[in-house]
Write a protein that binds this ligand. Structure first.
Ligand code: NCD
Length: 303
């Protein structure tokens, strides 16, 4: 019985297999319509989410399975003081697989140790978000056709943005990738990610505060939201929230085949005027998220 807590729980070949399965699902959706019949997914969301939860639910329904769960901590027994371990032990009696989001780093790992069914980390605090990373990898693969030798710009809140941490970790396994880390000084990538991933693997990376300077060299531009809920004071958030706003003007120096991504939700960091640019891939990315979660559910259920 396998869980997915960290993107490194999957070998590179397994990620390739998931991408190939997602491609097959996109080509032949009818072949998958009943494959999860009588299987149940429990979505245990202790923190608000629209996209990720609905993406998991849509994925399970499209596989012919069923869904149960809750979408906020207040409507679960954790409001009565129940531990995560006890919650998942109980849920293991009702469902076949769990997707869990939690504001505390490490909670899905604890859950996976107590559960007797697979647990998928659907985001733990400012730590990791492996299924968003699978979504991002499928998006990159479908737009670029490969992962090697790309210049990947990550822009915005690199400190608290868990999707950024997981994506850098995943891409660090491919060759010739260069990272351009674009953020205000206060929201730089945490040292632990720099040391454990970038330095440890001898990767090529640079840090800048200027999106304009970075733009011409990028193959991928991954924009992120300033993570208001992780700030200790509102003043800092208000000062930093509009540090970067992507506009059509700023894209004038970008490559013609740039892929613009964003895990969503967007606040202000991409002007809606960019949405019609053919390089804007963030809504396609949402759709790819459903397909890769379908592939992941099948893998963990060994179907
Ligand atoms: C991200 C998340 O929850 O970390 N969103 C998502 O999964 N679609 C990014 C964010 O909330 O800014």
């Amino acid at each position: 019985m396998r869980s997915l807590i960290d993107i490194l729980d999957l070998k590179t070949e397994e990620i390739d297999e998931l991408i190939a399965r997602a491609d097959d699902i996109i080509e032949h959706p009818e072949a998958y319509r009943d494959i999860c019949r009588y299987k149940k997914l429990a979505t245990l969301f202790f923190e608000p989410s629209t996209r990720t939860r609905l993406s998991f639910e849509a994925a399970m329904y499209e596989l012919g399975g069923q869904v149960l769960g809750f979408s906020e901590a207040a409507s679960s027994s954790s409001a009565k003081g129940e531990s995560v371990s006890d919650t998942v032990r109980a849920v293991s009696c009702y469902a076949d697989i769990i997707a869990m989001r939690h504001p505390k780093e490490g909670a899905p790992l604890v859950a996976s140790m107590a559960a007797s069914i697979p647990v998928i980390n659907a985001g733990d605090g400012g730590h990791n978000h492996p299924t968003q990373t699978l979504t991002d990898l499928l998006t990159i693969h479908r737009t670029k056709g490969h992962f090697d030798n790309l210049v990947v710009g990550l822009c915005g809140d690199l400190k608290f943005g868990r999707t950024v941490h997981s994506l850098i970790t995943a891409l660090s396994r491919y060759s010739g990738i260069k990272f351009v880390l674009i953020s205000p000084e206060e929201l730089r990538l945490p040292d632990y990610v720099k040391q454990d991933v970038l330095t440890e693997k001898g990767l090529d990376w640079e840090e800048t505060t200027s999106l304009e300077d970075a733009m011409p060299k990028l193959d991928i531009l991954y924009m992120t939201r300033v993570q208001r809920e992780r700030f200790f004071n509102e003043e800092d958030y208000l000062r930093l929230r509009d540090s970067y706003i992507l506009t059509p003007e700023k894209l004038q120096t970008a490559k013609k085949d740039l892929t613009i991504m964003h895990p969503l939700p967007r606040v202000n960091e991409i002007s809606t005027a960019v949405d019609t640019d053919p390089r804007a891939c963030y809504f396609q990315q949402v759709l790819f998220g459903k397909y890769i979660r379908m592939a992941l559910i099948l893998k963990l259920l060994e179907l």
